[in-house]
Design a protein around this ligand. Structure first.
Ligand code: AOF
Ligand code: ZN
Length: 367
């Protein structure tokens, strides 16, 4: 096996943590014997639980093999700190491995090169940078938050083949456009995010809960942009406060309604006004940055989605296309809302089938 193949496998293992490890990074690790045999595999499986290296060492020992003298391929610098778990660098030293090949440094303040220093001081050979770009793509939000203290914004929407976002039945109720498989995938995406943001238009039209189901212990904090405070207290968002916190950003001065909302255990924040007299999305993102938000998902209608794109605030896209033609020139037409936007230079595009739907994912720019 060429050496890069070991790192490719570690990257594949890392991906298995998606939707369970955040806000920690996804990390994978492969332990290779001097004869080139993979003797241990591990990945970070759940937030707060063992890191990838510890799981790989455990795997090795469970097979009755010794990691002494081996080479460790890991997608991120082994940590040096006592967090929810003891430092991985110390565990690798104790295991007497000979070499550590890491794809990238850990950019977070608490590690930032100290893991490599510990290993080198213990006489372990350290190499950094193998498959760096692919490893960085595993954790763009973690990297952006560590380096620039700004959240990573993911725009998600579902559409018909002809670019409409909602379908209504004869009674005027919104019906699902995409398959059950796509919807399950969306819930995993929600679990990977710390905040989920929607506009009041979507809330009034769909009465969504915006929680992750099943939550597996993690459902994003819900943010609603509602400049005129049109939200109603009987909406599902209010009935699911125990499942996930809810904050409403508004420009309204209706103190009575604000108090009523607050009495339900919901936070109400004053938004800044943008040039169109609506809640400023930049202002909201500034507030979320101050709260160290890492992954902010936007599940909104075409207007708010295109506003994020127009302002250059979108980092990543998740678009589910269902094999349906709605042919209804309704308000929720994406082509209309997005016409005139600067031509995007999407990169790292991927197409994945979900039952009869296609999921398209892309980054707005290179990381
Ligand atoms: C590693 N291997 O698999 C991961 C690392 O709170 P803790 O103890 O879980 O530490 C979380 C931090 O550890 C996280 O912010 C990142 O810097 C690093 N993640 N490090 O050696 C891993 N997931
Ligand atoms: Zn660690």
């Amino acid at each position: 096996m060429a050496y890069e193949q070991y790192m490719h496998w570690a990257i594949e293992l890392a991906r298995r943590g998606f939707g369970s490890v955040e806000p920690n990074p996804m990390v994978g690790c492969v332990i290779v014997s001097p004869s080139g045999e993979v003797i241990g595999e591990g990945w970070h499986k759940q937030f707060g639980k063992e890191h990838a290296e510890i799981n790989a060492l455990k795997d090795c020992r469970l097979k009755g093999l010794s990691p002494a003298g081996s080479t460790v391929y890991v997608t991120l610098e082994p940590c040096s700190h006592y967090g929810k778990t003891p430092p991985c660098a110390a565990a690798l030293i104790e295991a007497e491995v000979s070499e550590v090949t890491a794809a990238m440094e850990d950019p977070s303040e608490k590690v930032a090169g100290r893991g490599f220093d510990m290993l080198r001081k213990a006489g372990i050979k350290v190499q950094v940078g193998m498959c760096r770009e692919q490893a960085e793509l595993l954790n763009p939000a973690f990297i952006k938050q560590s380096r620039r203290s700004r959240p990573w914004v993911i725009l998600k929407w579902a559409q018909s083949l002809d670019g409409y976002m909602s379908e209504t039945d004869a009674g005027g109720n919104t019906v699902w456009l995409t398959s059950e498989a796509s919807r399950q995938d969306v819930h995993r995406l929600r679990r990977s995010c710390d905040y989920i943001l929607a506009g009041i238009g979507t809330v009034l039209a769909d009465d969504p809960m915006l929680t992750a189901r099943p939550s597996c212990g993690r459902s994003p904090h819900r943010i609603i942009l509602d400049s005129k405070l049109r939200i109603r207290l009987d909406m599902k968002l209010f009935q699911s406060i125990d499942a996930a916190p809810l904050t409403i950003f508004t420009l309204s001065n209706d103190e009575e309604k604000i108090q009523e909302i607050k009495d339900c255990g919901v936070d109400v924040e004053r938004a800044q006004k943008d040039e169109n007299g609506r809640c400023s999305i930049r202002g909201v993102l500034d507030k979320l940055s101050a709260l160290k938000a890492q992954r902010v998902m936007v599940e909104a209608g075409p207007e708010l989605l295109s506003e994020f794109i127009r302002c250059g605030l979108a980092d990543e896209f998740w678009v589910y296309t269902a094999p349906k033609l709605l042919c209804s020139a309704g308000k929720d037409s994406l082509p209309e809302a997005m016409a005139g936007l600067p031509r995007s230079r999407l990169c790292h595009t991927e197409f994945t089938p979900f039952d009869k739907d296609i999921r398209f994912t892309a980054l707005a720019r290179d990381i």
